[in-house]
Design a protein around this ligand. Structure first.
Ligand code: BGC
Ligand code: NOJ
Length: 808
């Protein structure tokens, strides 16, 4: 079954059936106000923080699933239908959902009435616009009852779904001039409220959920819609909602446009009230006035489209392969921005309450969008670094609202510090902004700030000071693979693998951190050298060289790189093991870092990855899967074989292999891997794949799972950024470096003529590549018509146009 297709001209994905294998969602908002919206209109909104400022309620893992969100019921005679099909699930005569850049549009038709629902969060406004146009395409007059409903969340999403003894008594609303204001806890410690409004007179309203659904009723068939009447109750406790009833009469051919607004307002403490007990609504009125007509909504929508056009204009390709072009030009970059905005907090798999911003996650996510939003990336790096500990370790996560490290999870993930170096190096390579290194940034719990450079130095030294018996890096709680918990030894089902610790951690070593240290250490050495810190650079280089030697001495297993030594000093990821003989991570990182090239190790390791881990749907993280629980390995062995870190296709690490293949000169293999997990190449298997065909998912079930190829955890994954790095910097080969843009494509034979544009440090590069299979030595590069000897093309003056031609 096919559920949709791309519309490249409009930069939209068009969903043509509402019963997709899983809700296919989009994200609205890029600044402070965010919404998730499914192809049925399901989802929820929040302000800045999905846990602490949740505006509307969503019941995860509910049945029927995805029945909450923006609810519009059209009652036409005895028929009740929703534009997005759910929750009433009345058959529609036509249905189409278009997810575009920061907006979603659902159009449907039933019995001659068409609905056209446009949802977006305007630039610079804390609200979601919901514009609904109803049209009468029939030959007779239509008299319709329209009901619009939104269910409020009592702000703290965690408390909202757990603490009923309190929160079933706290709900409060105000209704004034047909607008519903949600003001729970506004009287005491909050200075914010939400509102729901429509730019037309209403025939009735309701604010108490039970009055709307009826006792024991649900949103599929609410009692108030059946009776065509909203009682107009003011909610007191229980579950506050905002529901409107509008009576609409349409002559044949006539349309009616309505603008609904879900808004969020903060009032300064001194201006909270307009009269005792009455919210000051001045700011809400101003917000409503900005979007109270069709023309204002159209103007805001155009502004949003223009901003996305600008964001996507920094990198574009025309390769002759439309599946490649649409991912690179639109969807991969779009997902990178979303992942950057959301971190790992709110998706249809992440509840928005569990995780703040991950130290390693955000440092990697940044690589996918630093060319689009360099200033925001800079600020994020400063925020992240300020949650670092004075010893160079780091809080694993922090909350975006408070910018404080998350104490429940703590630190001790020994890969974390290195990602900061990678992120800062990536930022400097893109922008040339060396001044970031001198920015004052505090360490956690240290009042006197150090410089950003000092943070990088302590990051580097954190690894140097934490080496194990083989002079390889101690793993700490885990490295990038959160489930490789070599010091955890958990036998208690009531504790989390992510926090439990029982060993002192002075033995178990990570070969992935070793590979990272070599590769990222080279960046650090460069940073030292280029900022005049020669001695530090020499010292750092010496440490990197020692790490290479340690890997060669203790990290090679004969056919591939080991993954780790456990806390007994036993090998992990070795042919000596029964299960988990080979893992992808250390092989990819050591190959990217060219460790052991003199012995042919990178190619051997990559061959082993190809032969033992690569499948039709991507490269599995390890093989064979663990069939039993290994207390000395932790969570990795807790998943059923083929899922997640236990031999799933963990898409995040596939691009590392692609990059390593490019480094090794095997362009065809890199592109082949790219296509195996890239969503636009998987359109033919939508039913099996299940998740959205326009974005990457974190995991695809591996070859050991019953439904190999089935994806989960779409949207918020480091996969987005790393695939963008792999395809843009390595396969297409346009790579920011400290001195300029390196043009070093690794194109497969099938991509013969490729044209690219890239904005870089104020200049615009137009790059043409002719690929006729020359050897690397026969390649030529011309810049503005002149043959050059180096493939690093430095930027010119601000605004310069640079033409690059590559014959390869
Ligand atoms: C998952 C990991 C995730 C970790 C932290 C584990 O259960 O398998 O992928 O990184 O939780 O949330
Ligand atoms: C998802 C987490 O967000 C990421 O930080 C981690 O590296 C991977 N899972 C692998 O465990």
């Amino acid at each position: 079954m096919v559920y949709g297709h791309f519309d490249d001209g409009a930069r939209e994905y068009v969903i043509t059936r509402p019963d997709t294998p899983w809700p296919w969602i989009n994200y609205l908002g890029t600044e402070d106000f965010f919404s998730l919206v499914s192809n049925a209109g399901g989802g929820y909104s929040f302000y800045k923080d999905a846990r602490l400022r949740r505006l509307t309620r969503y019941r995860y893992n509910d049945v029927p699933m995805d029945s909450n969100g923006r609810l519009f019921y059209i009652r036409d005679g005895e028929t009740v239908w929703n534009p997005g099909w759910r929750p009433a699930r009345t058959d529609l005569e036509s249905y189409e959902c278009r997810h575009g850049m920061g907006y979603t549009r659902i159009r449907s038709l039933r019995d001659g009435v068409s609905a056209d629902l446009l949802l977006f969060v305007p630039q610079g406004a804390d609200c979601e616009v919901q514009r609904l146009v109803l049209s009468n395409a029939s030959r007779g007059r239509k008299t319709l009852d329209l009901f619009a409903v939104t269910e409020f969340c009592l702000w703290n999403a965690m408390d909202d779904m757990t603490n009923f003894q309190r929160n079933l008594s706290t709900g409060e609303v105000e209704v004034e001039e047909g607008v519903v204001y949600h003001r729970t806890e506004y009287r005491e410690r909050r200075n914010h409220f939400a509102f729901y409004s429509v730019n037309a007179p209403v025939a009735g309203f309701e604010t108490d959920r039970e009055q709307f659904t009826g006792r024991y009723g649900g949103f599929e068939k609410p009692e108030a819609v059946s009776c065509r009447r909203l009682p107009g109750t003011l909610a007191s406790g229980w579950s506050p909602i905002a529901a409107f009833h509008l009576k609409i009469s349409l002559e044949p051919g006539e349309s009616r446009s309505l603008v609904f607004l879900l808004g969020y307002v903060e009032n300064p403490d001194a201006e909270k009230w307009s009269a005792p007990g009455v919210i000051n609504k001045t700011r809400a009125a101003a917000l409503r006035a900005r979007f109270d007509s069709d023309s204002k909504v159209e103007a805001a929508f155009r502004e949003l489209s223009a901003s996305w056009c600008a964001l996507l204009s920094g990198f574009s390709v025309s390769s002759g392969d439309e599946r490649l072009d649409r991912m690179v030009n639109v969807w991969n970059q779009y997902q990178c921005m979303t992942t950057y905005n959301m971190a790992r907090s709110a998706s249809y798999f992440e509840s928005g309450i569990g995780r703040g911003i991950g130290f390693r996650d955000t440092s990697q996510d940044l690589l996918g969008c630093v060319h689009q939003i360099p200033l925001r990336a800079r600020q994020r790096l400063l925020d992240v670094a300020s949650t670092q500990f004075a010893d160079g370790g780091a809080y694993h996560q922090y909350q975006p609202l408070t910018r404080q490290g998350n104490r429940d999870v703590g630190g001790d993930f020994n890969d974390d510090p290195l990602w900061l170096i990678l992120g800062v190096a990536g930022y400097i390579k893109e922008t040339g902004d060396w001044a970031i290194l001198e920015e004052p940034v505090p360490f956690d719990a240290e009042p006197v700030p150090a410089t950003m450079f000092e943070h990088l130095l302590r990051s580097f030294n954190h690894v140097v000071r934490n080496l194990g018996p083989h002079r390889l890096p101690l793993i700490g709680h885990a490295d990038w693979n959160d489930c490789l918990n070599l010091n955890c030894f958990s036998t208690d089902p009531n504790e989390s693998f992510q926090t439990a610790v029982s060993r002192d951690g002075r033995t178990a070593e990570s070969m992935m951190i070793a590979g990272m240290f070599v590769l990222i250490g080279e960046d650090f050495t460069q940073i030292c050298r280029r900022t005049g810190r020669k001695e530090m650079a020499d010292e750092a280089q010496a440490r990197v060289n020692e790490m290479r030697s340690a890997i060669l001495a203790h990290g090679w297993d004969g056919g591939w790189f080991l993954r780790a030594y456990d806390s007994f000093g036993n090998k992990v990821g070795s042919r000596e093991n029964t299960d988990g003989q080979i893992y992808v991570e250390a092989n990819a990182w050591c190959a990217m870092a060219r460790v052991g090239t003199e012995h042919g190790y990178p190619l051997k390791a990559l061959d082993a990855v190809r032969d033992r881990l690569a499948t039709r749907y991507g490269i599995v993280i390890l093989d064979p899967p663990y069939r039993e629980y290994h207390v000395e390995l932790g969570e990795v062995s807790s998943y059923p074989p083929g899922y997640k870190e236990n031999a799933g296709v963990f898409c995040h690490n596939n691009p590392w292999v692609m990059i390593a293949e490019c480094v090794a000169g095997r362009a065809g293999q890199a592109f082949d891997y790219y296509k195996r997990i890239c969503p636009s190449y998987l359109e033919g298997v939508q039913e099996l794949h299940r998740t959205e065909p326009y974005v990457y998912s974190q995991m695809v079930a591996g070859k050991a799972a019953p439904r190999h190829g089935e994806a989960k955890n779409s949207w918020l994954t480091g996969t987005a950024a790393w695939n963008f790095v792999a395809v843009s910097q390595w396969i297409l080969g346009v790579r920011p470096e400290f001195d300029g843009l390196r043009i070093d494509p690794s194109l497969p034979p099938e991509l013969r003529n490729v044209e690219l544009t890239r904005k870089f440090r104020g200049c615009r590069y137009s790059i043409r590549i002719r690929n006729s299979g020359r050897t690397p030595r026969e390649r030529t590069i011309t810049v503005n018509g002149k043959r050059v000897g180096s493939d690093v093309v430095p930027p010119g003056k601000e605004g310069a146009e640079i033409r690059v031609e590559v014959e390869m």
